[in-house]
Structures are given as C-alpha cells and as structure tokens.
Design a protein. Structure first.
Length: 366
C-alpha cells in the first residue's frame, strides 16, 4: 500500500476510534452528572424536558476534558495494535520513519485542538451561562419549589394545594386549594390557572378564573364567589434566593481580559478571570500534548511484550503527571498572576520534547 494510503487509512481508524471512545466517556460522565439532577424532578416537580435541557447544556464543558483523554487512549490502542499485528515492524522495515507514522495522529490532535479551542472560547461559555440561568430560574421559581405537579401539597398546617400542571413562565394550570386554617370555616378555591408572585415580600398565589367556596363548620352554610382574579396568601415566609453569582466560566472571553476597572473587580477576581481566560487557550493544546506523549512511548519503545506493557504504563503515568501539573499551575496562577506562563509551559514543552524524540532515529525506551 502507498504511504499516503497508509496515512489515510490510519487517520480514519484513529478518527473512528476517537469518536467511539469520546461518545462512550461522554455518556458515562453525562449519566453520572445527570443523576444529580433527578432530585429536581422528584422534589420540585420539574418536567423531563427541563431535566434533559439542564444536563445537555453541560456537554460542551465535558467534551473539553474528555477529548484529550479519548485521543490519548485511541492512539495508544491503535499503535499498540499495529505492533501486535506486526504492521508497524513491516512499515519501519520498508523505510517509513516514526515521524511519518505519527502524522495521522498529529493531524487528528491538531483538529481536536482547534475544535476544543472553538468550544472553550465560544460554545462552552454560552452553554454554561444558559445552564446557570436555567438553574437560577428553577431555584427562584417558587411554583416549582413550593408546589409539585400532580400532587396534593401540604403547605403549613391546614392548607392543601393541588396543581394539575406547571405551565410556561412559572404559570400553574388546574388549581385546587383547600384552606382549613380558620377554625370557624373552611374555604375551597378552584381555578383554571394561576401563578405564584411575590407580594409585600411574601409569595402569594394569583388565582385566575375560578370560584371560592366557603363552608361554615357549625351550621353548614355554603357561599360561593366567582372571580376573574383572586390573590391568595398561602402563609409562607419571605421568599428570597438572593442575587445570582456570575461564574467566570460563563463570561465572554473578551471580558476575562478586560479587567482594568478596579471598582468593578477585586484583585482576587481579576486573577481568577485572567487564569480562566488563559485556560481557554491552553486547555485545548492538551489534545496535541497527550497525543504526542502516547506516540513517543509507543513508537520509541521496544516491540516485545514486556516493553509494551512498561511503555504503556509510563505513557499513562506521564499523562497523569501532565494533567496534575496543569491543574496545580492553574491554582498557583490564581494566587500569583505572574505564574500564568506555567500554563503554556506545561502544555507546550512536552510537545517540543516529544517532536524532537519522534524525529530522532534512536529508541529511548524499553
């Protein structure tokens, strides 16, 4: 097979393998994370549609972490498979250099680096912002917090509220309220729709198009009042969730570097924003970094079984060290902004060293 054909074949093998591993890891992480939101359905009566939207908004941030790991695992697996099938030995015997064999993996690493750069700079901040806003709207929406859909909600002593369904924008549909708080009489409200609003610092229910049935407990006298709107105090304390905190991960990239207004940002916040900004540029580079680490330990090691096991173990250990050092550098840079160059050093230095090793004609490992 022609060298170009070999490269194309290997590239598409790596691409398909990387997609499969990425989808598998993404599904596992998504499933694990999404279970944390199940309580929103159980305790706050949220629909499955909102639950899916919440969990899927986190996918871009998952992919940024998953892609370098997926690429590393794919490269180690396929190049090791080539050794076991003796394809790599035949290629080297035919005069194909380690660098030429590495090109498909490096190309895929560059593609993922650019893709993750787009994710970190544009898509992920927008999705995290949408996630935070949706999460906040759920948290601040008293109708979801106080009233569960399709359930008789016991609110305090003597007050029961039934809501048939939650409508858009915090609306309620099909409301039944039974009020026995007054010892002399019991009152039942039925309304087509309604909404919880804050009135005088307390959550109250506006009932729309319904009736009020008042029954005295002693004589059994019944009076009915029909209304278009009725404001009902459900006897809860002041409802206040506070002000939403803006996460640096949801800020536009331009804002992270525009921190000259000392009145707007504190020193610690400036450091955190700057580090987040530089992470958006350096994190995607890990795709290429880990790809080259995998190539070095597979191609520059011995082709015997013992050597393969040792080299794969060393490749995994080196990857863990690089990821750990990158995380530590981020934390250090948050404390001292002058250490931000460490983020670039940790990601770029292994790339340079790996390229030099791959292009050399010597084997440095087992």
């Amino acid at each position: 097979m022609h060298l170009r054909g070999i490269k194309s074949y290997l590239f598409f093998q790596l691409l398909s393998g990387c997609i499969l591993v990425t989808l598998s890891l993404t599904y596992i992480i998504w499933l694990t994370q999404s279970l944390g939101f199940v309580e929103l359905i159980i305790n706050k009566g949220l629909s499955l549609n909102i639950w899916f939207k919440l969990t899927f908004l986190l996918l871009p941030s998952f992919l940024i972490i998953i892609c370098p790991i997926s690429l590393f695992l794919t490269i180690v697996f396929y190049y090791n498979k080539m050794i076991n099938d003796r394809e790599l030995i035949v290629a080297k015997a035919a005069g194909v250099s380690d660098w030429e064999i590495s090109i498909p993996a490096i190309m895929l690493g560059l593609i993922l680096t650019i893709s993750c750069l787009i994710l970190t700079l544009f898509i992920s901040p927008h999705s995290i912002k949408s996630f935070k806003e949706l999460q906040w709207s759920i948290k601040s929406d008293a109708s979801h917090i106080i009233l569960k859909e399709g359930t008789f909600n016991q609110i305090g002593k003597g007050l029961t509220v039934y809501v048939e369904e939650h409508l858009k924008e915090g609306g309620l549909g099909g409301i039944l309220v039974h009020d026995k708080r007054d010892k002399v009489k019991s009152i039942t409200f039925m309304a087509e729709a309604g909404k919880i609003v804050e009135n005088e610092g307390k959550p109250k229910v506006i009932l729309i198009r319904g009736n009020r049935q008042e029954l005295s407990r002693g004589g059994g006298d019944l009076s009915i009042l029909y209304f278009d709107e009725y404001l009902l105090d459900i006897g809860l304390n002041k409802f206040n969730v506070g002000k939403r905190f803006t996460d640096n991960r949801e800020r536009p990239t331009s804002e992270l570097f525009n921190t000259l207004d000392k009145n707007k940002y504190k020193n610690k916040q400036v450091r955190e924003m700057r580090v987040e900004g530089h992470q958006r540029f350096t994190n995607p580079i890990l795709n290429l970094t880990l790809a080259l680490i995998g190539l070095v330990f597979i191609l520059k090691g011995g082709f015997n079984k013992k050597g393969q096991i040792i080299n794969i173990s060393l490749a995994i250990l080196t990857t863990i060290i690089i990821e750990g050092t990158y995380l530590a550098s981020s934390n250090l840079a948050t404390s001292k902004i002058s250490l931000i160059p460490l983020l670039y050093l940790v990601t770029l230095l292994p790339i340079i060293i790996s390229i030099l090793i791959i292009r050399s004609k010597r084997n440095f490992l087992y």
